[in-house]
Design a protein around this ligand. Structure first.
Ligand code: C2E
Ligand code: MG
Ligand code: MG
Ligand code: MG
Length: 282
């Protein structure tokens, strides 16, 4: 680090920084070709209602497999897709792919009731977003009720008045909205009340230590109470253990998502999962 080299000595381009930028450039360049070379795939993670055990929906999660770079984590490539603007066409591909998959599952009689899709800020701020989404739904002959768009707190709170307008347009078109990673950002309660959203997703960082950390328990309990008073559903992310599940159930959480119920799985495995679920209901 520059500081350790002594007072008033700053080297801005350290070897670590250089390695970081080389990787960044490499990933960004590779990302530019990823769509046309068909390197993306959607994984699906089922969400479960706690009291009934039924599947209430899937969240679509993007995966990228590059011939040289291998599997690149969304935690690395999504921020690069966002800063480069590539997230707009990539996000459109995600919507198209997920809705067409859902259409095939509807035709097979095994569809989950909802498909949740993550939206980035740049997508949310496209004035034609509702038209684009509606035309993609139309191409898949899918009623808008099947779709849930996940927004983070920062996307909505950056410019909450603009968010109210966009959320109203999407909600008016019959699309549901949820707030992802809830509790990690700053939400204004008065805006939360004005947003026509249907669900809060409790961030997995609060779930992780729920069995040991009383502060996390209090935070989760507060989010659940808040969602109840706002008439929202609440789902906990990152549920990995039976003990976490039991805590959440006792705190009144409606739904869970996490490795305990299922990891994100590819379309073939998701289809097998749905067939088993449907069979178990017969
Ligand atoms: P997210 O939307 O909060 O998605 C949940 C993340 O938690 C996923 O990571 C999922 O694989 C992971 N997860 C699920 N259950 C568990 C669990 O029990 N334990 C642990 N430790 N992790 C669990 P993933 O797939 O790596 O995605 C990371 C983030 O990348 C997502 O967070 C989302 O913000 C973003 N992302 C993924 N796909 C898309 C996409 O299609 N569009 C956009 N804009 N963002 C996406
Ligand atoms: Mg999400
Ligand atoms: Mg999340
Ligand atoms: Mg996240």
């Amino acid at each position: 680090r520059a500081k350790q080299k002594g007072r008033n000595t700053y080297s801005f381009f350290t070897p670590e920084l250089q390695t970081h930028y080389v990787r960044l450039m490499r990933v960004e360049n590779a990302l530019r070709q990823a769509l046309e070379h068909n390197q993306f795939e959607l994984y699906y993670q089922p969400q479960q209602e706690l009291h009934s055990g039924t599947v209430i929906g899937f969240e679509a999660l993007l995966r990228w497999n590059h011939p040289d770079l291998g599997r690149v984590s969304p935690a690395e490539f999504i921020p690069i897709a966002e800063s480069s603007g590539l997230i707009v066409p990539i996000g459109e591909w995600v919507l198209r792919e997920a809705t067409q998959q859902l259409r095939r599952w509807i035709d097979a009689g095994i569809a989950p009731p909802k498909m949740a899709i993550n939206l980035s800020a740049a997508q949310f701020h496209q004035p034609n977003l509702p038209d684009m989404v509606l035309s993609i739904l139309d191409d898949a002959a899918l009623p808008p009720e099947y779709l849930e768009l996940e927004l983070t707190e920062s996307i909505t709170m950056d410019d909450p008045e603009r968010a109210v307008t966009m959320i109203n347009r999407l909600h008016g078109a019959g699309i549901s909205l949820s707030i992802d990673d809830f509790g990690t950002g700053y939400s204004s309660l008065s805006y939360l009340k004005r947003f026509k959203i249907s669900k809060l997703k409790i961030d997995q960082s609060f779930v992780r230590d729920i069995t040991n950390d009383n502060d996390d328990r209090v935070i989760i309990s507060t989010i659940i109470t808040l969602s109840q008073s706002l008439g929202l559903r609440v789902i906990a992310e990152g549920v990995e253990t039976q003990a976490q599940r039991e805590f959440l159930r006792r705190l009144g959480c409606h739904d869970i998502q996490g490795y305990l119920f299922s990891r994100p799985i590819n379309a073939a495995d998701a289809e097998a999962f749905l067939r088993e679920t449907v069979a178990s209901l017969r």
